[in-house]
Design a protein around this ligand. Structure first.
Ligand code: PLP
Length: 386
């Protein structure tokens, strides 16, 4: 969707590097998520860790029921800018985190029984209306990339069944699991079966269950009908439970691009390097962390088109490489490249290593207008240091 939007939008006024998020693409995703809610009664939240462009929250909050936060700051942003429920989970909360988070959220999910025992009472005093949940670890692996697999052996995320004790459940109204990453609904089907097998005995005393994120609901090949069947089947077995989903990626999948410019072309024993005014390590760190190869409009695999380049960032990191791509025409100083699917896990992860400039943020409205929402400068770099 972002490719179609980028091709029909005049991005000529975008100062590079710049993120551009498309209203039309967000609406496309929201319409799919709306049908899931309409057909199941499940409540879908935005996982802010993936996409926190609060400029778009008035649009997102017309469909989604609220936000899920990874700690106090996201929870505060959700409460301030996104009408709806605020849920929070972190692998660990300090007392200060609890004071800040409890004050602004509706659901607080603990990662361990010890955190619940340590802070449950304090959180309740701060916010008597707060509902508490525990994160379960079903120990069912669906995610191949180990650093994204919450069920990897020895994982610190969630309580495994062997450590789960019924006595701890007084005051707990919900269970949470998150095991998926970019998965279709078949992975949820298998996970849910294991979750129910291991933790189902506790469900009669709960009022909600949160199926976490990682559901790639808005991806073209995602089997929405199966998701609907799964949720409705689950609700048939536990009619008293409210089901929550908290996807991040699915909300802004293929909804934004990063526009970058070529700064230089250099050569090293037959390798043509194109240096860009962006950076893998500063602007799209998942390219190195996951790792993955971002798509670029008009570019092919190395050797597929006439001119192949190794695209790299402007930072000092030797490995600040985006990958090898080919183009029909030779790249030149000032050429612009459009990286796809950059709304999720890029904008939220940018950093100013090397003092590299942060990309500006633009919002492309459906009427074709491209609005500059935010630009950054020296003060933003200096403001994080002392
Ligand atoms: C607890 C929790 N919920 C939701 C999400 C959102 O996942 P995604 O953006 O893959 O849908 C994550 C991602 O790591 C998570 O850890």
């Amino acid at each position: 969707m972002d490719e179609q939007c980028a091709l029909k939008t005049d991005l000529g006024g975008v100062k590079t590097p710049g993120f551009v998020v498309f209203e039309e693409a967000l609406e496309h995703n929201l319409a799919i998520l709306q049908t899931v809610m309409d057909r199941t009664g499940a409540r879908i939240l935005l996982a802010m860790k993936s996409f926190s462009m609060f400029h778009s929250f008035p649009l997102l909050s017309r469909t989604l029921k609220g936000t899920c936060a990874s700690g106090p700051h996201e929870a505060m942003l959700g409460r301030e800018c996104f009408p709806g429920e605020v849920h929070a989970f972190a692998a660990g909360f300090s007392e200060e985190d609890i004071r800040e988070t409890a004050a602004v959220c509706d659901h607080l999910v603990f990662n361990s029984i010890s955190q619940w025992r340590r802070f449950g009472k304090l959180a309740q005093e701060i916010n008597p209306g707060l509902e508490f949940g525990l994160r379960c670890n079903p120990e069912h692996r669906e995610t191949e990339v180990e650093i994204y697999d919450p069920c990897a052996a020895g994982s610190r995320l969630g309580i495994v069944r062997a450590e789960f004790t019924e006595e701890a459940l007084a005051g707990i109204s919900g269970l949470h699991f998150h095991t998926l990453c970019q998965k279709n609904s078949d992975a949820l089907e298998r996970t849910l079966a294991v979750f129910e097998d291991k933790f189902g005995q506790f469900l009669p005393q709960m009022s909600w269950v949160n199926f976490g994120g990682g559901h790639h609901i808005t991806r073209k090949d995602y089997d929405v009908d199966r998701l609907v069947r799964l949720i409705n089947g689950f609700k048939g077995r536990y009619p008293h439970l409210t089901v929550y989903l908290e996807p991040g990626e699915a909300v802004a999948l293929n909804a934004g691009v990063l526009v970058a410019s070529v700064l230089d072309i250099t050569s090293n024993h037959g390798v043509a390097n194109a240096i860009l005014d962006t950076s893998a390590t500063c602007h799209m760190p998942d390219v190195l962390e996951m790792p993955y190869r971002p798509e670029i409009i008009g570019a092919g695999e190395p050797g597929e088109k006439a001119h192949t380049y190794q695209l790299g960032g402007l930072s000092c990191l030797a490995g600040d490489i985006l990958g090898r791509y080919s183009f029909d025409q030779p790249l030149e100083y000032g050429d612009r490249l459009i990286f796809l699917d950059m709304a999720i896990y890029s904008m939220v992860k940018t950093n100013t290593f090397n003092g590299v400039k942060l990309p500006s943020i633009y919002y492309a409205r459906k009427d074709g207008a491209v609005e500059l929402v935010r630009q950054f400068g020296y003060a933003d770099f200096k403001g994080r240091l002392s």
